[in-house]
Design a protein around this ligand. Structure first.
Ligand code: 9MR
Length: 515
């Protein structure tokens, strides 16, 4: 955002900011007389109305036809929010609060808070959002993965407990120039390893960003579309379980646009992810796939796991033979602080060998040559690293794992290059294939100084990985442009919102070119 715009915004919100010192509440919804500025986003057939102090949405057909409201947020401001939701049409439904933000006409999204709402119960979702460098913010409440159901919201509260930043003190944003005939990272790294990004299904339906992706990268990871909450068809599984508790129904409609694009344009795909504690419907672990039902036995769960993995592999073999070169078989199983196995439904229902069994099933059904990975974050920190190494050694002894994926969601401030180097060298000594599955590096602002330090670290990391190129299969960034990142407010990627190359891009390109 340009400084003069920021100043205007600051003047407009000046009263609000001063007020924040006394009472941090900036906004509390009032549905006693009307919709209070809330509307159905891209509304389709959706209708909003108010009754008894709550806002109701009915008749929507897409998750995003959800109640939203524009808020004048100050980039860099830290906002706490909370809202209550209620639905009466399903035993339970998943809700989230998201933000749609816009810069120069380009809208992008972040999911900020999640909760399951049981039938008839007011359920609170709350979280914190640090506003990124955007000119428009819409906060909205949507369901996720649920059939269209009517729902109510009330008491939407927005607060700034720390006060709001003074835009006049912001560092000058760095001007990023558009460049024609950009060097191609995939060409520069062709002799070392595959180079890629993640991509969402929505992006894969648009030719323009995808043509740019293809010019730079040769491998894609679907960002959310092959996760269990996208693949497990809960409704059909519920029906199938009436006959056989071990039955599992799967669907691939979310992933198809990306898979089709990759197949038609000769890109490779890395599959993410078969087993995870997150983004996995709770009913996967319950009798009859019914919410609130008792947990299934270990035997039933192992049979469901095998059926799930088998059907994914069969579907891919039938529709996209050879496309998926590798899979994250299990993601993030180690607890950050203890280094032990994370407390999860998989651990609870199956027990400690759920990872070994997942790798066994993946090996049994994946086409020959598919590389099977364990994937995790914070590898550079010692407690976590010790746990990861212990786990990898056990999986290596079982004989079904091929590789380790370093996520590398880093910040410029930490971990240090020395910590990153030590972790790569230690894991490399285990002799596995390696990949960087989800690289991004956040900074505090978009000043020249921050972008220079970010570029330095990107360059250093790429030089480290190039030194181990014989073991690294791929390096993938977790997103294309800053505004599309899951950490959009912290400018973590190689390209700005207009797909112009940041200093980080040149550092990554130079690391390969200067060899
Ligand atoms: O980038 C993904 C974001 O769109 C999702 O909202 C989020 C939900 O869990 O998952 C993000 O991707 C995660 C990845 O699957 C696993 N490692 C951490 C990534 C960032 O949270």
């Amino acid at each position: 955002m340009r400084k003069w715009m920021a100043l205007l915004l600051a003047l407009a919100l000046g009263g609000l900011a001063a007020h924040a010192e006394a009472d941090p509440t900036l906004y509390l919804s009032d549905f006693s007389t009307g919709t209070d500025g809330w509307y159905a986003r891209s509304m389709g057939q959706a209708v909003v109305s108010v009754e008894d102090g709550a806002l109701r949405i009915e008749g929507w057909t897409n998750d995003w036809n959800s109640p939203g409201r524009d808020f004048d947020l100050i980039p860099g401001g830290r906002y706490d929010f909370s809202v209550q939701v209620r639905q009466n049409q399903a035993d339970a439904a998943s809700f989230m609060v998201s933000v749609a933000h816009t810069v120069d006409g380009a809208e992008s999204y972040e999911n900020l808070a999640f909760a399951e709402a049981k039938r008839g119960e007011w359920t609170e979702l709350s979280g914190t959002y640090v506003a990124g460098d955007f000119s428009r913010f819409v906060l909205y409440v949507e369901t996720t993965g649920a059939p269209a159901l009517d729902f109510d919201i009330r008491d939407f509260r927005l607060a700034a407990p720390d006060g709001l930043p003074d835009p006049a003190s912001w560092p000058e944003p760095m001007a990023i120039e558009a460049v024609e005939d950009l060097p191609s990272l995939k060409a520069l790294y062709a002799d070392a390893f595959d180079i890629g990004t993640c991509a969402g299904g929505f992006m894969a339906m648009q030719d323009e960003p995808m043509a740019f992706v293809e010019s730079q990268f040769n491998i894609l990871t679907p960002e959310n579309e092959l996760k269990p909450d996208a693949v497990l068809d809960v409704g059909m599984s519920l029906v199938a379980a009436m006959e056989d508790e071990t039955a599992v129904a799967v669907r691939f409609n979310a992933a198809e646009p990306i898979l089709n694009y990759a197949r038609d344009h000769g890109l490779k795909v890395h599959g993410h992810v078969l087993v995870w504690h997150n983004q996995t419907p709770d009913v996967f672990f319950r009798e009859g796939y019914r919410s609130g039902a008792p947990l299934v036995s270990r035997e039933v769960m192992l049979a469901r796991l095998e059926n799930y993995i088998r059907q994914i592999m069969e579907y891919m073999e039938e529709h996209y033979p050879g496309l998926i070169v590798s899979w994250d078989v299990v993601n993030e199983a180690i607890d950050d602080s203890t280094g032990e196995l994370r407390d999860s439904m998989w651990l609870k229902v199956v027990g400690e060998d759920y990872l070994a069994r997942a790798f066994e099933f993946a090996r049994k059904y994946a086409p020959e040559g598919t590389l099977l990975y364990y994937n995790d974050y914070n590898t550079a920190y010692l407690n976590k690293q010790n746990g990861i190494v212990k786990l990898l050694e056990a999986l290596i002894a079982e004989g079904n794992i091929d590789g380790y994926g370093f996520q590398m969601h880093h910040a410029v401030a930490q971990p240090s290059l020395a910590q990153i180097t030590a972790s790569v060298e230690r894991i490399a000594r285990l002799g596995l294939r390696l990949r960087v599955s989800e690289l991004d590096i956040t900074v505090d602002d978009n000043s020249e100084d921050s972008f220079t330090r970010q570029a330095q670290l990107y360059g250093d990391i790429m030089r480290l990985l190039l030194a181990h190129a014989d073991q690294f299969e791929a390096v993938q960034f977790w997103g294309l442009t800053d505004n599309m990142s899951w950490r959009a407010s912290q400018y973590p990627l190689l390209f700005d919102a207009h797909r112009n190359p940041k200093p980080a891009f040149w550092a990554v390109a130079d690391a390969a070119a200067e060899r």
